[in-house]
Ligand binder design. Structure first.
Ligand SMILES: C[S@@+](CC[C@H](N)C(=O)[O-])C[C@H]1O[C@@H](n2cnc3c(N)ncnc32)[C@H](O)[C@@H]1O
Length: 273
């Protein structure tokens, strides 16, 4: 998850979803006039910030800041995507917010990051505190996705039990949630957000090779595995996918083309301060 170079090459799904969400739901954003400041939380390698989010921001903006807990990601983002108006900084959105950032941003965004956060109220309160009066946030994060069931299945095996012992730390807080829309809306409203709108979308993504699946799994793998076990981990991961019937072989031909289809829920949350 810390490997910016690998993430950069394997985040096709995340890019597709950021683009689709902004195209379909971006009309909700009440862009302020003039020299605005914008923050992208959990920006990772910075490619979504610059190649997707940037295109939706009115040209008069003053500053676009990407932030992430990972120093590696921020270093990569600054090396590849920084410009006169854009920079990247280390920030833990679940930690203590530096005073100078409070009320500093007119618009906050986050794509594919907030499901990593255990203390959701802390992170959402920090997002509220980052915003200026009248500012708003547009947040996209995962609800239910088979990836978390695969982690759990592997964590129950004697082989992976040790390495995946803190599995629940990395499962989305909304993976098992019956009504994530209601839960997120309640939390945001209780923090003070107004005009809150939350949708849980049913999405699907198809990988057409096991190598593509392996690259995507490696790019977001949160577990610290020894290098020499990584390939075995991926093989067992693929075996669980087979058991879950996520892998389809065309015409039942085991050597023919394959289709690996992930069906998952994506949560889009909007709120204003
Ligand atoms: C899957 S990546 C998404 C990156 C990018 N937003 C995208 O859509 O491609 C999730 C990112 O969230 C970051 N992250 C996880 N916990 C975080 C936290 N507490 N504060 C800030 N960033 C965090 C990770 O370091 C990682 O770079």
């Amino acid at each position: 998850m810390n490997n910016a170079e690998l993430y950069h090459r394997s985040n096709i799904l995340q890019k597709r979803d950021a683009l689709q969400c902004l195209e379909e739901y971006g009309k909700r954003i009440k862009w302020k006039n003039g020299r605005t400041k914008i923050i992208d939380i959990g920006c990772g390698d910075g490619s979504v910030t610059m190649s997707i989010l940037r295109k939706f921001i009115p040209n008069s903006y003053e500053r676009l800041v990407g932030c992430d807990i990972s120093e590696n990601m921020i270093q990569f983002a600054n090396e590849h995507h920084a410009s006169d108006h854009t920079s990247f900084m280390v920030l833990d959105i679940e930690g203590d917010l530096p005073n100078e950032l409070r009320g500093n941003f007119d618009h906050a965004f986050s794509f594919y990051a907030l499901h990593w956060i255990k203390h959701q109220e802390v992170a959402f309160t920090n997002i509220y505190d980052l915003l200026s009066e009248g500012g708003d946030c547009f947040l996209v994060f995962l609800g239910h996705i088979p990836v978390f069931d695969i982690y759990r299945a592997l964590s129950r095996s004697t082989r992976w039990n040790f390495w995946l012992k803190d599995v629940d730390r990395f499962v989305s807080p909304y993976h098992d949630c019956q009504d994530p829309e209601k839960e997120v809306k309640r939390m945001m409203t209780s923090i003070g957000f107004t005009s809150v709108e939350v949708e849980c979308l049913k999405k699907s993504f198809v990988y057409s090779s096991l190598d593509a699946v392996k690259r995507a799994v490696t790019a977001i793998n949160p577990f610290k595995l020894p290098k020499d076990l990584e390939e075995d981990f991926l093989l067992d991961y693929i075996n669980v996918l087979r058991d879950m019937h996520v892998i389809d072989h065309a015409n039942n031909n085991i050597d023919g083309p394959i289709k690996v289809e992930f069906n998952y829920n994506l949560i889009i949350a909007y709120g204003r301060k």
